[in-house]
Write a protein that binds this ligand. Structure first.
Ligand code: TRP
Ligand code: ZN
Length: 885
């Protein structure tokens, strides 16, 4: 397509062009006269020339601001002394040290992009990461400019009784005219992206935490008054996080108060602003009646994630946005191990890897593929990706695997100590680990630099005479946009050998004199191909490779279905046990797809059935693991395993398999469902969660038998339960069956919960992922429902996002209706909220992997978007990259 008529081409930022800031800010005094339609900001900046730079014009970032006045060292500047355009303010001449006073006006109630200061419900709040601060005032809005902020807020006392910012509350007072004021001071120098301000009529729940050095920290959660009963879980999670970071990383909190605010309109999950975390209400509020186990679990991990940023992100921050994974990858890895420690480590690992494979592997194989440390971007908001977060976490995890737990702790201690108060790079992080452990990670660093998911292929050879077993490991990595040829990675491969009874075998390498002590050992693959030879191997083992998913690679290991079944039943590594089961299911399901394409009669593998039966019968196994092992891979993940994704074939195959399993094992599902149905008051703990997950899984199989009695069972579960986990599971199943019961259940659910936004979003989502044929029409109708507001990102994600990402048969409808729908919505959204619009486009990431007819239709939708005038940089970048690849 000819894109030359696309007027705007926003400019690219390159890592290679990084330059230190010319001017630094030693102190920032911000004064806000708050009002929802017109807020006045007076910013006083004490600035000086950076000794590492050289004098020149002073350029400040600023967007969508009304500039009122600028004073340099107390003297008002005339129009000719500065220049303003839509992105910046330039002052041609400044002394080496100077004070700027800049007055701007902003309009929070017109801010639908939700960056900068905006109005949400009845409150005012900010979102500054990555580049939102420049929508509040002119400023060097980059993370390597770190400043001590003092913030004064003045506003009407009735409308804005609570006024918050970072740090400690220093002073407050009243004016005679009904306004009041507060002054907050944050002693820790920070970049502007960590600035936050909140004002509103908020309820506050308070608690305390005593730190390891005996300091008392006040904890506060601020929410809309109607949510005051929903704070307990987040507070418990916060205290758990504070304790864990002290115990595991030796990190103590550093202010007297830690605040969390819940807001209804938010582009992401939450934000780690210093001392004042702001959360998407859906990621912090929970009661058993309104939130599912998954919600409770996610909230615990997001509270931890944001809290952990206080060290990995705030005390030590990023030099520039190319280093984003420095804080995000590390912090995700930290929250994942926190969750593993507090819940089931095996389940946590399975979920993390499942997410990585289904989302990140797809990103890494598509047109937006980028390294964990990218080297260019057009819009930084587009780089808050699963690669930066989840693959970044895997990279840090591999480092930990390579240096060991103790070595890793020595490394992070050195990192925090060495770089406290600095803005640094991923190289600095790796260097600290290297220095603390005297190891060389130079080859390992390619994980930060090269995009694409490496393939790890495994061949084995057994010599019964010599009693030697060879493991031949080989690596390769596909080309990605801008990176044709890849250098070898340093891949830690955790391996175990199993004998025919499923016992671990000793693993002594030929070059070693003493036996290896341990069941799993980590081999380092650094070359294209390496052979690892084990001696004294008394029978031919089955190798259990990549235990615990020790590296984010695609494993090519041609085990027979029988060997997979063996590992599924016997592997001592629970991750690999699950993974062998998944691989077996994939093999079986893809064979069924093949049979569907050839119009053969379909049958389900008896081997798979007997394995599933054994798992379901295993009373020793954690019920949460049983549920995971009985869950079929998603249609999206199956699609990614085919050279050309057959949407309808996959759907049909998966439905067929599910039904066959359900019918064959019905008595077992029945029995386990009933035995798990003992009435018990809801509690959020690993054991009860495990029981509910298995119970709901059994119900979903029972519902797949098409036995009308099972719908009654769903209804009964919905009626008697005291929690949303079981209520929603029932509703979800009912929504896939056409008929009056379905409509009645949906109506009753809505009537009961229409006052609760978090629950209403679930109600939208279950309808968006329905299997019924008229789902798109219903989604369109729901967009006109009182429950839906296109300006609210949670509504958009719940309805449009769920339909496009998690309802593949309908989104990929052959007539292109799903694609046209998405294109239309993106064009509407782009005018309101470019970040959300760009995220929705992600549903088309893998468009080249479908049949030619669908590709044409998707391409037409992408072109329709690309040719639109005045696209945001966000959507522009993604749509052009999709079309170019
Ligand atoms: N730093 C936040 C986190 O991961 C991410 C974030 C929150 C964000 N809000 C945002 C990123 C808005 C970009 C835009 O914890
Ligand atoms: Zn984060």
């Amino acid at each position: 397509m000819d894109l030359s008529n696309v007027e705007q081409s926003p400019k690219m930022t390159l890592l290679a062009n990084y330059q230190v800031p010319r001017y630094l800010v030693d102190e920032a005094l911000l004064h806000f006269d708050l009002d929802k339609s017109k807020t006045r900001v007076i910013s006083t900046l004490k600035m000086r020339l950076n000794p590492e730079s050289s004098a020149g014009e002073c350029v400040l970032d600023g967007e969508s601001l009304d500039l009122i006045s600028i004073k340099l060292d107390g003297k008002l500047l005339s129009d000719s002394e500065y220049e303003v355009n839509s992105k910046s303010l330039t002052i041609a001449e400044v002394p080496e040290q100077f004070e700027l006073e800049i007055i701007t006006e902003i309009h929070p109630d017109q801010n639908t992009a939700l960056e900068g200061l905006y109005h949400s419900g009845r409150l005012l709040c900010t979102q500054c990461e990555a580049e939102g601060f420049r929508r509040i005032t002119y400023y060097p809005d980059r993370p390597d400019v770190m400043t001590v902020f003092t913030v004064t807020i003045v506003a009407d006392a009735k409308q804005w009784p609570v006024m918050l910012s970072n740090g400690n509350l220093e002073e407050q007072g009243q004016f005679n005219d009904g306004r009041h004021w507060v002054r907050w001071h944050d002693p820790h120098p920070k970049p502007s992206y960590l600035f936050a301000l909140v004002a509103g009529d908020l309820y506050c729940q308070q608690d305390h935490f005593r730190t390891m050095n005996g300091r008392d920290v006040t904890l506060r959660i601020y929410v809309d008054p109607e949510n005051k009963h929903k704070c307990d879980h987040a507070l418990v999670s916060l205290k758990q996080s504070m304790k864990w970071d002290e115990e595991v990383y030796g990190r103590e909190y550093d202010l007297d108060v830690f605040m969390i605010v819940a807001v209804n309109d938010f582009n992401m999950g939450a934000m780690e602003n210093k001392g004042l975390n702001i959360f998407n209400a859906a990621c912090v509020l929970a009661t058993p009646e309104t939130a599912t186990d998954d919600d409770f679990y996610t909230i615990q991990s997001i509270v931890a994630h944001e809290y952990f940023h206080n060290w990995s992100g705030n005390r030590v921050t990023c030099r520039d946005w190319f280093q984003l994974s420095l804080k995000e990858g590390f912090t995700v890895m930290r929250d994942q191990s926190f969750s593993a420690d507090l819940n089931s480590a095996a389940v946590q690992r399975i979920d993390d890897v499942n997410g990585l494979r289904s989302m990140q592997f797809a990103e890494d194989a598509g047109p937006m593929a980028h390294p964990v440390r990218p080297d260019s971007y057009i819009e930084i908001s587009n780089f808050y990706t699963v690669t930066i977060y989840e693959k970044g976490a895997e990279v840090v995890r591999m480092i930990k695997t390579l240096v060991g737990d103790e070595g890793f702790r020595k490394g992070t201690d050195l990192y925090f100590d060495r770089h406290d108060g600095q803005a640094v790079t991923t190289d600095d992080f790796v260097k600290a680990i290297e220095d603390a452990n005297s190891v060389d990670l130079s080859q390992f660093k390619r994980w930060y630099e090269q995009a694409g998911t490496p393939e790890l292929s495994v061949k084995t050879h057994y010599d019964p005479v010599q009693q030697r077993f060879s493991l031949i490991l080989r690596q390769s990595c596909p080309a990605t946009p801008g990176q044709e040829n890849k250098l070898n990675f340093h891949i830690p491969v955790a391996v175990g050998l199993l004998d025919s009874d499923g016992n671990n075998m000793p693993m002594q390498l030929a070059e070693e004199v003493t036996p290896y002590d341990g069941d799993t050992r980590v081999l380092s693959l650094t070359e294209t191909e390496q052979t690892f030879e084990f001696i004294h191997v008394s029978e031919e083992p089955v190798a259990s490779v990549l235990r615990g998913f020790s590296a984010p690679v695609k494993l090519k290991y041609d085990l027979t279905n029988k060997q997979l079944a063996f590992l599924m039943g016997r592997d001592t590594d629970s991750f690999n046990r699950w993974d062998a089961g998944q691989q077996l299911m994939i093999n079986v399901l893809l064979e069924i797809v093949d049979d569907i394409q050839k119009q053969n009669t379909l049958a389900l593998s008896p081997l798979l059935l007997s394995q599933l039966e054994a798992v379901l019968n295993d009373e020793q196994l954690d019920p949460a693991l049983v549920a995971k092992m009985l869950t079929l891979p998603t249609e999206n993940y199956l699609a990614a395993q085919m050279p050309v994704a057959d949407v309808d074939g996959i759907h049909q195959a998966r439905e067929f398999a599910k039904r066959q399993i359900a019918i064959s094992l019905k008595p077992l599902f029945n029995a386990r469902y009933e035995s798990l149905s003992k009435q018990k008051k809801y509690q959020f703990n690993a054991e009860d969660m495990a029981a509910r997950s298995l119970k709901n899984l059994c119900l979903s199989y029972l519902a797949a038998t098409d036995d009308p009695l099972q719908m009654q069972r769903c209804l009964r579960q919905m009626k008697v339960t005291d929690n949303m986990t079981e209520l929603l599971a029932g509703l979800r199943l009912m929504v896939d069956q056409a008929g009056p019961e379905r409509e009645h259940a949906l109506r009753a659910f809505y009537e009961q919960w229409k006052h609760d936004r978090q629950v209403v979003d679930k109600w939208l989502s279950v309808q968006a992922v329905s299997k019924l044929p008229d789902t798109l029409l219903r989604v369109k109708a729901l967009m006109k429902h009182e429950a839906f507001n296109i300006k609210n990102p949670n509504n958009v994600r719940a309805l449009i996002g769920q339909f496009c990402r998690n309802n593949p048969v309908h989104f990929h409808a052959k007539d292109g209706s799903g694609y046209r729908f998405l294109a239309e919505q993106i064009l509407v959204l782009d005018k309101l909220n470019p970040q959300v619009a760009a995220r929705m486009l992600g549903a088309l990431n893998s468009w080249r992997r479908y049949d030619l007819e669908r590709q044409e239709l998707m391409k037409a939708s992408l072109e329709q978007i690309a040719t639109q005038k005045d696209l945001s940089a966000d959507v522009y970048e993604i749509v052009t990259k999709y079309l170019a690849a």
